[in-house]
Design a protein around this ligand. Structure first.
Ligand code: EPU
Length: 417
């Protein structure tokens, strides 16, 4: 199995270039099911989750050609309307094919994703919203079986803002009869980016990026070219690396306005940040100050940055409280960070971090994507050597992490054991 070895304690400097957003690439590739014409996407990140969605789309009959950060996806003949358990269980975003399949064929059978490492993550909001569009739904042997002669527009009020749910219904409603209004919609930049793509395909989506989205259905959609927005979580992860051990580290190719909550928080801890139009320059300025954080839907502090921020707090003077409000089980990095010398106690939805604690290299285990990123950050800040096991979690969402960190002066390598 592949592992990562990191020799900590080196200053990071130079430039790290951020790739396209994984969480936009996934729904945007799924949008290829909405048309027979080709979608040409650029700034496509080479991460494992993208490969997984491509496998599912190919299974359904989409021809996908990958180039250097590009993808051309075109539906040939739809080869079935079923997304099997094997493909959905490895990645929940696969569930998003349900709406587009329904919109195109009136029928779909898609495995329920089930829970995952970070929480139960139900899809009840997706299903309730599709029912509002006139879809007949039932669960059979772990699969959602959905049927609708025609999708028709409707009013959807989400109980809680859901990123995937908002994207899912937006895609289905794009081809529905009449107008759909989504209220309490997710405002994440990836939702807005998907709307840009859908509109380029001929859809009529208004308000994406706000909590109310109006989608006027059209008869058909066509091909489009679209550049995927930069990955704000990848960018934020490198910003934390810079706050821990950066010396004028430049994070380029990003959109700072997409992760202001993270930048504000890191600035509050005392790091030296300089924002450009599409870059951030960061220098560590210890001693770091303890600043509490609470995860929130966008534009609040993102749950996908909680684990990484916690590492910075292990190095801060005093106690900080980090509260996770989005997922119920997203503190799996805590025992691993404690093995490296951190002092973090979990109390319900909050982690109490006592700092500063000297981190030392250790053998640790990645448990999910962002937890893995936090271990990398801790290893960079630690004295000595850290070996991170179960690297495949990291490969789901961080493109060329080793190359990018090495380019900034880190001592890091992959190896097999
Ligand atoms: N929820 C429900 N019912 C639903 C849908 C969601 O109760 O039908 C709950 C979830 O259980 C969770 C909350 O609503 O407590 C928010 O979940 P959301 O649907 O917004 O999350 P998601 O669409 O499944 C996306 C990202 C996640 C990111 C979350 C929150 C993608 C592919 N994934 O997931 O990214 O954490 O939004 O911002 O876009 C990651 O990249 O590491 C990652 C986990």
């Amino acid at each position: 199995m592949e592992k990562l070895r990191i020799q900590g304690g080196r200053r990071l400097t130079g430039e790290v270039r951020v790739g396209g957003a994984k969480n936009a690439a996934l729904p945007e590739l799924v949008a290829s099911l909405l048309t027979d014409e080709p979608l040409r996407l650029t700034n496509v990140p080479a991460v494992r989750d993208v490969a997984t969605i491509v496998r599912l789309l190919e299974h359904l009959g989409v021809a996908v050609e990958r180039g250097d950060a590009t993808a051309r996806a075109q539906l040939g003949t739809l080869e079935g309307t079923e997304a099997p358990y094997d493909l959905v269980k490895t990645m929940r975003a696969s569930f998003l094919v349900l709406g587009p399949l329904l919109a195109r064929t009136g029928r779909a059978r898609v495995s329920l994703p089930g829970g995952c490492a970070i929480g139960a993550r139900p899809v009840d909001q997706h299903l309730a919203a599709l029912a509002r569009l006139g879809v007949d739904l039932r669960v059979e042997e772990g699969y959602v079986v959905a049927e609708a002669d025609r999708l028709r527009g409707g009013e959807v009020v989400f109980d809680t803002p859901t990123v995937g749910g908002t994207e899912h219904v937006m895609m289905a409603a794009a081809l529905a009869d009449g107008t759909t209004t989504l209220r309490n919609a997710a405002r994440e930049p990836e939702v807005a980016d998907l709307a840009v793509l859908l509109n380029a395909m001929g859809a009529d989506v208004e308000g994406a990026g706000s909590d109310t989205i109006v989608i006027r259905g059209v008869r058909e959609l066509g091909g489009a070219e679209h550049e995927i927005l930069p990955d704000r979580i990848e960018a934020g992860t490198y910003v934390i690396a810079g706050a821990l051990c950066g010396d004028s580290l430049r994070i380029t190719g990003c959109r700072p306005s997409d992760f202001e909550a993270v930048l504000d928080k890191v600035a509050e801890t005392g790091a030296d940040l300089e924002e450009g139009a599409d870059s951030v320059r960061v220098t560590a300025r210890p001693p770091h100050e303890s600043v509490d954080a609470r995860t929130q839907p966008h534009p609040g502090f993102p749950t996908d940055m909680q684990a990484q921020y916690m590492v910075l707090m292990t190095q801060a003077e005093g106690t900080s409280i980090i509260t996770e409000t989005i997922f119920e089980n997203r503190f799996m990095h805590v025992p691993e960070l404690n093995r490296m010398g951190a002092e973090i106690a979990v109390d319900g939805h909050s982690a109490i971090v006592r700092g500063p604690r000297k981190l030392g290299g250790a053998r640790v285990m990645a448990t999910d994507l962002r937890a893995s990123a936090s271990l990398v950050l801790a290893a960079l800040a630690a004295d000595g050597e850290t070996v991170i096991d179960r690297l495949y979690h990291l490969d789901r969402g961080y493109e060329s992490l080793v190359g990018k960190l090495r380019g900034a002066g880190a001592k890091v390598e992959r190896f097999r054991e």
